[in-house]
Design a binder for this molecule. Structure first.
Ligand SMILES: Cc1cc2nc3c(=O)[nH]c(=O)nc-3n(C[C@H](O)[C@H](O)[C@H](O)COP(=O)(O)OP(=O)(O)OC[C@H]3O[C@@H](n4cnc5c(N)ncnc54)[C@H](O)[C@@H]3O)c2cc1C
Length: 425
C-alpha cells in the first residue's frame, strides 16, 4: 500500500507529493485531468508564445515558490503594480496619473489605511463603503480596490476576510509573469512523481487506519494516509462522497468561503490598437473587469493578444454566454474603451477559459464571505483521521487563494502526514 495518496496534481498536490517523496515516503498522485498543473494552465498554440489560461502572476519577490520557478529554468518579467496602467471609471479611458488627478477621486486615496485599521464587526464591501462615506468617483475607486482582485460581488466580499487573506498585498509590489508559462513551474515540481491521470474520484473513505479513494470507473486505491487538494468548489458541489461524512466545522467553513467565478477570454488581433506601453486596463463599467496586454514588457515583435479577465458577477454573466457572445461583448466593450479604434475589424481569434464550467475546479478562486474569518483554518484542520487537507483555499499564512498559498499549504500538509505516519509507526 502507498504511504500517502495525494489527491490533485495542481500546485498544492505537486508540492505535497514532492515533499513526501523527499521525506522518503512512497507517494501516488491521483488526478482527474490528463495533465499536471490544475489552475496553473498555460495555453500553448493560441499564438507562438504561452498565454495564461489560469493563474497569471507570481505575486512579489517573497512568494514561497520562487526557488522552484528558478530551478525549473524559467525566466520571468516584472509587471509593476500601479504603473503603466489605464483606468476607465466611466469617464473615458485614462492613464493612471490622469485618473488620479481628478479631485473627486482623492477621498479614495485613504482606503488602504482605512481598511487596515478596520476593527469590530465584519462588514461587506458595500457596508464598508457606505460607512466611510465614499461617494461618486471615490466610491468607484473604493469598489475597484475592494473587488477587482476577488471574484465576488459587493455584498459578498467581507472586509475582515480580505484582511485575513492578505489581499491588500496585491495592491502593492511587483507581479511577475513566467515567460515559459506558469504551469512550467508546477510541472517541474510534479515531474517524475508517480501520477495516475484520468482518475476522477467520486468517493473518499477515511479513518485513522488509512484512506481509500474510488474513481468513477469503480477502481479503488488505498493509502496509509492521504492529502486532499480538491478545490473548494469541487468539495462544495457534493460531487464527492465522504465516508464518514465530513465534520461539522468543515461543512460550516464551506458556507463561509465562496469559490467565485473567474473567466478569461484570450483575444488575438491583427495589430494592437492599444498603447503597447500600457500593461493593464482596469474598467469599472462593462462586462470585463480588466484587460491585460499579455506581452507587455517583452522586447521585439510580439503577437497582439489581450486577455479579458472577468471576476464575480461579471464573470458569471460571461460564463453564461457562448464564446461567440462573450467575444462580441468584449469587442463592443473595447470599442467603448478605445472609441477611436475599430477592434472588431482587427480581431482574429479567441479562446474562452471558463473556470466555473470546469467540473474539476468549479470556479476561479476563493474569498471569505462577511463573518467568515477563521474558515480557512477549519478547512485546513487535521480533523479527519489519516486524511489531511491542502489547496489554496486552506492557506492562512500567505496570500490566500493564490498559487503561493497552494504551495505553502502543500508543504504544511505533507509535514502533517509525515508526522502522523511516524507516530503510527
Ligand atoms: C483565471 C485565474 C487566474 C488566477 N490568477 C492568479 C494569479 O495571478 N496569481 C496567483 O497566485 N493565483 C492566481 N489564481 C489562483 C490559483 O491559480 C489557484 O489558487 C491555485 O493554482 C490552486 O492550486 P491548488 O493546487 O490548490 O488547486 P488546483 O490547481 O485546482 O488543483 C486541484 C487538482 O484537483 C483535481 N481534481 C478536481 N476534482 C477532482 C476529482 N474529482 N478527482 C481527482 N482529481 C480532481 C483538479 O483537476 C486539479 O488538478 C488564479 C486562478 C484562476 C482560475
Amino acid at each position: 500500500m502507498t504511504d500517502v495518496l495525494v489527491i490533485g496534481a495542481g500546485m498544492a498536490g505537486s508540492t505535497a507529493a514532492r515533499e513526501l517523496a523527499k521525506a522518503g515516503l512512497s507517494v501516488e498522485i491521483v488526478e482527474a485531468r490528463d495533465r499536471l498543473g490544475g489552475r496553473t494552465f498555460s495555453v500553448r498554440g493560441f499564438c507562438d508564445h504561452p498565454v495564461e489560461g489560469g493563474a497569471e502572476f507570481i505575486h512579489g519577490e517573497e512568494a514561497d515558490h520562487w526557488d522552484f520557478a528558478r530551478s525549473a529554468g524559467t525566466t520571468t518579467r516584472a509587471i509593476p503594480q500601479m504603473k503603466d496602467m489605464q483606468f476607465n471609471i466611466g469617464y473615458g479611458t485614462k492613464s493612471l496619473p490622469a485618473t488620479l488627478m481628478h479631485p473627486g477621486i482623492w477621498a479614495s486615496f485613504k482606503i488602504l489605511s482605512v481598511i487596515k485599521r478596520h476593527k469590530g464587526a465584519d462588514l461587506s464591501a458595500r457596508e464598508f463603503i457606505e460607512k466611510h462615506g465614499f461617494k461618486g468617483r471615490a466610491r468607484i475607486m473604493a469598489e475597484l480596490t475592494l473587488l477587482s482582485h476577488l471574484p465576488g460581488g459587493i455584498d459578498e466580499v467581507g472586509i475582515a476576510g480580505l484582511l485575513e487573506d492578505n489581499v491588500l498585498k496585491l495592491e502593492t509590489g511587483t507581479n511577475y509573469r513566467v515567460n515559459e508559462g506558469y504551469d512550467t513551474v508546477t510541472k517541474h515540481i510534479g515531474e517524475g512523481l508517480d501520477t495516475r491521470f484520468g482518475f476522477v474520484i467520486q468517493q473518499i473513505r477515511y479513518s485513522d487506519d488509512g484512506v481509500s479513494v474510488t474513481a468513477e470507473s469503480g477502481e479503488t486505491i488505498e493509502g496509509r494516509a492521504a492529502i486532499s487538494t480538491l478545490p473548494l468548489g469541487v468539495l462544495q458541489s457534493g460531487d464527492i462522497e465522504f465516508v464518514p461524512g465530513l465534520p461539522p466545522s468543515k461543512l460550516e467553513a464551506f458556507k463561509q468561503i465562496k469559490m467565485g467565478p473567474v473567466v478569461k477570454i484570450l483575444l488575438k488581433f491583427r495589430e494592437p490598437f492599444w498603447n503597447p506601453k500600457v500593461s493593464t486596463l482596469v474598467s469599472s463599467e462593462g462586462p470585463v473587469t480588466l484587460y491585460w496586454n499579455v506581452f507587455y514588457g517583452m522586447t521585439g515583435e510580439r503577437p497582439s493578444v489581450l486577455t479579458a479577465y472577468t471576476t464575480g458577477p461579471r464573470a458569471a454573466a460571461i460564463s453564461a454566454m457562448s464564446e461567440e457572445e462573450g467575444v462580441a461583448a468584449c469587442l463592443a466593450d473595447l470599442k467603448n474603451l478605445y472609441p477611436k479604434s475599430d477592434p472588431a475589424s482587427l480581431f482574429l481569434e479567441s479562446q474562452k477559459i471558463d473556470w466555473p464550467q470546469d467540473r474539476f475546479a468549479r470556479g476561479g478562486y476563493t474569498f471569505i464571505l462577511p463573518g467568515g474569518t477563521g474558515a480557512r483554518a477549519k478547512l485546513a484542520a487535521a480533523d479527519t483521521g489519516a486524511l489531511f487537507w491542502a489547496g489554496s483555499a486552506t492557506a492562512t499564512t500567505t496570500i490566500a487563494a493564490s498559487v503561493q498559498g497552494a504551495h505553502v499549504s502543500g508543504v504544511h500538509a505533507a509535514r502533517q502526514a509525515v508526522e502522523w505516519l511516524q507516530k503510527r509507526g
